[in-house]
Design a protein. Structure first.
Length: 269
């Protein structure tokens, strides 16, 4: 997909559509430092350990390392142009908190993921407080890597995360397909927007790996369910590293979260 509206128009329409597309949003220098960190996170098994800790929290000790301890990942979580964008009243407004960051590298020809949303609320009951997912495509997107499809406006429909799982990755009327983005691009979603990761068609498979880091943020004013049992450790790292440099004082404040397991599924998206 190409021909995205300019940012001002996208922000103006965010409440209605629930997404922004920001081609080349991240600077090349940051992208160049992020990719090796993603490789390390995946290849050394740290990503899998983080998933295992969420699947079986009673059987795992706190991890030796979290994503925010990697230099470039920490910078990405508090990337000033993104936080300034989130501060717009059409998105999160002036006070918001970091929720989580997940880093992944999917192999060429990797599978898809059924239609779902990632809004943390159990049970789902309203959309009073917005939550945002920023999907950072470090090496961009190409048709051979697989596509992201979103359904504009679906964030206004209150439903469980997996309510549309039965649809698989099938094409839906009104969807927007995003399959071509340059290096360092970001797609910002209202976390309740239904979306799917669609595998590349068989004739196109064989492109490079699909790097994606998703970072999530929530408006303050309610208690949010954490998705990692060691969420306090993650926020403490953000505070210790002084990420955000004091411009967003609530960014890593743990008072905005409920206890893990009380309302959380504990599963990374």
């Amino acid at each position: 997909m190409s021909g995205f509206a300019d940012l001002e128009v996208q922000v103006k329409n965010f409440h209605e559509y629930g997404y922004l597309v920001l081609p080349g949003f991240l600077p090349a220098g940051l992208v160049g430092r992020l990719a090796p960190e993603v490789d390390e996170w995946v290849s050394t098994g740290l990503r899998q350990l983080s998933i295992d800790a969420c699947l079986c929290p009673q059987e795992y000790d706190p991890p030796a390392r979290v994503e925010l301890q990697m230099d470039a990942h920490g910078e990405l979580a508090a990337y000033a142009p993104l936080l300034e964008l989130l501060s717009d009243a059409s998105l999160l407004g002036s006070s918001f908190v970091f929720h989580h960051l997940h880093s992944d590298r999917r192999p060429p020809g990797g599978g898809g993921k059924s239609w779902h949303h990632d809004y943390e609320q159990h049970p789902q009951r309203d959309r009073e407080y917005p939550m945002i997912h920023a999907l950072h495509y470090i090496h961009g997107l190409q048709p051979a890597m697989g596509a992201l499809a979103v359904l504009p406006g679906s964030h206004q429909h209150v439903a469980e995360k997996d309510a549309w799982n039965h649809l698989g990755t099938t094409e839906l009327p009104g969807e927007v397909l995003i399959d071509e983005l340059p290096q360092g691009s970001t797609v910002v979603l209202h976390s309740a927007l239904f979306h799917t990761r669609r595998a590349a068609p068989a004739p196109l498979r064989g492109g490079g790996p699909r790097y994606m880091i998703d970072a999530s943020y929530c408006r303050t004013g309610t208690l949010w369910p954490p998705v990692k049992p060691y969420w306090r450790m993650v926020l403490a790292v953000g505070r210790e590293r002084r990420l955000g440099k004091g411009h967003w004082p609530e960014l890593f404040a743990d008072r905005h979260f409920d206890e893990y397991g009380r309302t959380s599924t504990g599963m990374p998206s």
